[in-house]
Design a protein around this ligand. Structure first.
Ligand code: M6R
Length: 608
């Protein structure tokens, strides 16, 4: 959601900024722009559309010479995607340029105030108010102007700012929207996320809330909003830079689906020691685990779906009641958190605004929060009391696959650990479950190897209007994720239903040929789900079943069956989701959709 890149140094800034913005494309955007200081003045080029429009407009940056600049990819919040609403935004004399990620919540009263003072607005954005406020407070000292503005604005922001009168520095500021700064021998960088600068430097510093950075070509200074200088320690990023490249795959999504055996293994293996599960990062003794009376899981989107699965797994294995909330609901429903509650927030990006707000709400009420997070050093990772990382590496495709799979297995580990400590799983069961866990990577590999069959099936549904996913218990959670995968990238309407619930209304939508994907991985519920399949088939549905090897009886009710290898029923999600991911992917490819960057979506949803 909005990407910011800035550079000041010895090299031409525009190509570096364009390159960095390309690495942030996964965040989702609808327009792009750059401001570059050319030695005399700041020039801005911006346009609605993909980054290649800006690249063409500037001949790959060549027509915008200069060694300092800021760039932006915009995901529209206030004002439609348009050239005028694209960032950067200028002050009236075009001497101050600003790029912004986030939302200025009090922009309307501020805008009115500035209009009363004679400022004219050229866009409908909340961001433009920042450019005029900076203009108003600027009396020669950029830092002073920035701090005055920060004391007046409410909301979330990551900002890149440049002043024509200070052509040897650019500024970066952050509150509740991600921002990092980096440095190499040639210059300094600002970016919304590490992949934007990884080609140039591995030495980055995470900017904390309400910190201001002054970047020059050879050093950076950090300040508080009260202009006090502070010292910060950079970190070294140790990921493989190739992890953020496509590596020969047609799409990041396909590559990331293929990485699932590895990410599942990387998330499980370090935590299995001598036939036990050791999760040091939990920082919980056995007594602490025994004291947990209830678990609240809070997350958004696919991460929420892993939470729904975890509810069944944790309640089943550890016999602890689990409540699962969509983060945007949790924070406003005045949730009842009582003594003995453990809050678990799940997030790939670690920057999802609602999940972060839920974490803060829980901490403000005095409860400890465990974060299950993928992006190392992200806001949720830094603010959670304890962090259990999912070792999926950088995930670029907007539709999550490998991070989802890593979250699932992290939650299984948690459930098993709690179950064992609480004496709810026997040693023999635990041993068997560990074996089943260790088999998951190979079994996922096997299912991925079956992609041609799913591709052929998917090709039949590129013209589908509606698709329904049904399942019971854990299978309902899998259905939710299967449905989201399909709709978010193929734009085909799809819904997930608890299989028994369909006949309470939605079954009226089933027509001749409507595809219903029935997930049935829980032996105890096989017969029940078959009954629901028969119900929709009788009304003309074409039934695709995803079930476990050996459940031959399902063939009587299904038109097409995909079998998953045998595993512990609690872990079935990790296998059943693979064909559903492939199905969504191939339908979207068949329709010619922009699979990695679906319309309207952002990878990291940093606004409420
Ligand atoms: O980064 P997070 O895991 O917090 O993101 C949560 C959702 O925004 C994310 O899972 C979203 O639903 C994806 N588009 C799903 O593919």
């Amino acid at each position: 959601m909005c990407g910011i890149v800035g550079y000041i140094g010895k090299k031409q800034a525009a190509p570096i900024i364009l390159d960095g913005l390309a690495k942030l494309e996964y965040r989702g955007y609808d327009s792009a722009g750059m401001a570059i200081y050319d030695g005399e003045k700041i020039n801005i080029k911006k346009s609605v559309g993909r980054l290649n429009v800006l690249e063409n407009l500037t001949h790959g940056g060549e027509t915008m010479p200069g060694v300092l600049g800021i760039g932006h990819t915009r995901w529209a919040t206030h004002g439609a995607p348009s050239d005028e609403n694209s960032h950067p935004h200028f002050n009236k004399d075009e001497t101050i340029a600003v790029v912004h990620n986030g939302i200025i919540e009090n922009y309307l009263p501020l805008k009115k105030k500035m209009m009363d003072k004679g400022y004219e607005f050229r866009s409908e954005t909340d961001t433009e108010v920042l450019a005029h406020l900076l203009d108003y407070y600027y009396k020669g000292n950029p830092l002073e102007a920035i701090t005055k503005v920060l004391h007046r604005v409410e909301g979330s922001y990551a900002l890149g700012i440049m002043f024509a009168e200070h052509p040897d520095e650019i500024f970066a500021v952050r509150k509740d929207s991600p921002l990092i700064v980096g440095q190499n021998d040639d210059g300094c960088f600002i970016a919304s996320d590490v992949p934007a600068v990884l080609k140039y430097t591995r030495t980055v510093t995470y900017v904390e809330n309400q910190e201001i950075v002054r970047l020059r070509d050879d050093h950076m200074h950090f300040y508080t909003v009260d202009e006090e200088e502070i010292q910060k320690t950079p970190v070294t990023i140790d990921w493989d830079a190739n992890a953020a490249e496509k590596g020969g795959y047609e799409h990041f999504m396909l590559k990331e689906m293929y990485e699932q055996p590895k990410t599942v293994n990387d998330t499980i293996s370090p935590r299995i020691k001598e036939n036990d599960i050791v999760i040091e990062e939990l920082n919980m003794s056995d007594e602490d685990i025994l004291a947990v009376k209830k678990i609240h899981i809070v997350a958004c989107g696919s991460a929420y779906h892993t939470g729904v699965t975890a509810k069944y797994v944790i309640e089943g294995l550890a016999r602890i009641p689990v409540e699962v909330d969509v983060a945007s609901e949790f924070r406003y429903r005045n949730p009842i958190l009582e003594e003995g509650a453990l809050v678990v927030v799940i997030s790939q990006s670690g920057e999802t605004a609602d999940t972060l707000a839920a974490l803060r709400e829980s901490q403000a009420r005095g409860f400890k929060v465990l974060g299950i997070v993928n992006v190392v050093g992200s806001s949720i990772a830094r603010e959670a009391d304890n962090v259990m990382y999912t070792w999926a590496g950088p995930e670029i495709a907007v539709a999550t696959t490998k991070a989802y799979s890593a979250q699932l297995v992290a939650l299984y580990l948690l459930a098993m650990k709690f179950g064992k400590v609480r004496g709810k799983i026997s040693d023999a069961e635990f041993k068997e479950m560990l074996n089943d866990l260790k088999c998951l990577p190979d079994q996922i590999e096997l299912l991925l190897g079956n992609k041609e069959r799913i591709q052929r099936f998917a090709n039949r549904y590129v013209g589908a209007k509606d698709v329904f996913f049904i399942g019971r218990g854990i299978d309902y959670a899998i259905s939710m994720e299967g449905s989201l995968k399909l709709k978010e990238i193929s734009y085909i309407h799809s819904e997930a239903y608890a299989a028994g619930e369909l006949k309470h209304g939605t079954i009226s939508l089933i027509e001749e040929g409507t595809l219903v994907a029935a997930v049935s991985t829980q032996p105890a519920l096989f017969q029940k789900t078959i009954s629901n399949m028969v119900e929709v088939k009788a009304r003309g549905a074409f039934v695709l079943a995803v079930t476990c090897e050996g459940n031959k009886e399902i063939e009587k009710a299904a038109d097409y069956v995909i079998y998953i290898p045998e595993t512990n029923p609690y872990f079935a999600n990790s296998l059943a989701i693979i064909p559903l991911q492939l199905f969504g992917y191939y339908v979207a490819v068949g329709k010619g959709c922009d699979v990695d960057k679906p319309r309207n979506l952002a990878k990291s949803v940093t606004v409420e």
